[in-house]
Design a protein around this ligand. Structure first.
Ligand code: FES
Ligand code: FES
Length: 233
């Protein structure tokens, strides 16, 4: 005959825990663990607020260091933290505000400058990485006050409206013409293994596609680059 529920405690091994105290201890330890987990949160809630901003610990300063940059043929020694972008170094430390900050994340091209003749987004690179290179900004495109061919073409074609993107467009167009002259193919070149035959409007649009113009002056920008190319040819 099987035992009834009243019989079971008496049937259990003498060394076994009675069921009810074991369950109570389990619940107690679970509650203790939950309280420990919540403790940091509770401490944070109960922590006294700093009396004023002076009590807030300040992070250690990043030491500035001298950085030598060749900008538009002139040497600048700028004291910069290593985290300063080339764009901020140009605008805020060298005082060359011709280069514009649009998105500050490599999407608009407003900050385009030349480093050893190659176009780069100055917002995406650190100034300390460019020691020993020739940096050219829009201020350095003219020669002894005479506008460069591409600058004249932009004026003649009225290739700007607000002008915010124009410094980047001019630097980009300068490199675009050099790249084409050097035989560099683009994504729309008929055969990327051979020198593109001519700088068509499609080639110009593709090669200038990293430079956004929110005013939509694209038709005149393409015409200006086409004119500058024809003039230099
Ligand atoms: S500001 Fe550098 S790409 Fe827009
Ligand atoms: S002229 Fe205004 S953004 Fe290009």
């Amino acid at each position: 005959m099987s035992p009834t529920s009243h019989d079971r405690p008496h049937d259990a091994d003498a060394s076994s825990e009675p069921a009810e105290p074991a369950r109570r201890r389990f619940l107690q330890s679970a509650a203790a663990a939950a309280a420990l987990g919540a403790a940091p949160h509770l401490r944070a809630q109960n922590a006294p607020e700093p009396a004023n901003a002076a009590d807030t610990p300040t992070p250690p300063a990043v030491p500035a260091q001298p950085v030598r940059l060749d900008i538009n043929g002139r040497e600048y020694v700028l004291h910069l933290e290593a985290r300063v972008t080339l764009l901020d170094a140009l605008r805020d430390y060298a005082g060359l505000t011709g280069t514009k900050k649009g998105c500050d994340r490599g999407q608009c091209g407003a900050c385009t400058v030349l480093a050893d003749g190659r176009r780069i987004n100055a917002c995406l690179t650190l100034a300390v990485m460019h020691e020993g290179q020739r940096i050219t900004t829009v201020e350095g495109l003219a020669t002894t006050g005479v506008p460069a061919t591409i600058q004249r073409a932009f004026i003649e074609r009225d290739a700007l409206q607000c002008g915010y993107c124009t410094p980047g467009q001019l630097c980009s167009a300068t490199a675009c013409l050099s790249e084409f002259a050097a035989g560099t193919a683009s994504a729309v070149s008929a055969d990327v293994r051979t020198r593109p035959a001519q700088l068509s409007d499609d080639e110009i649009r593709e090669r200038m596609s990293g430079n956004i113009c929110r005013c939509g002056a694209y038709a005149n920008i393409v015409a200006a680059v086409r004119d500058a190319h024809a003039a230099s040819a």
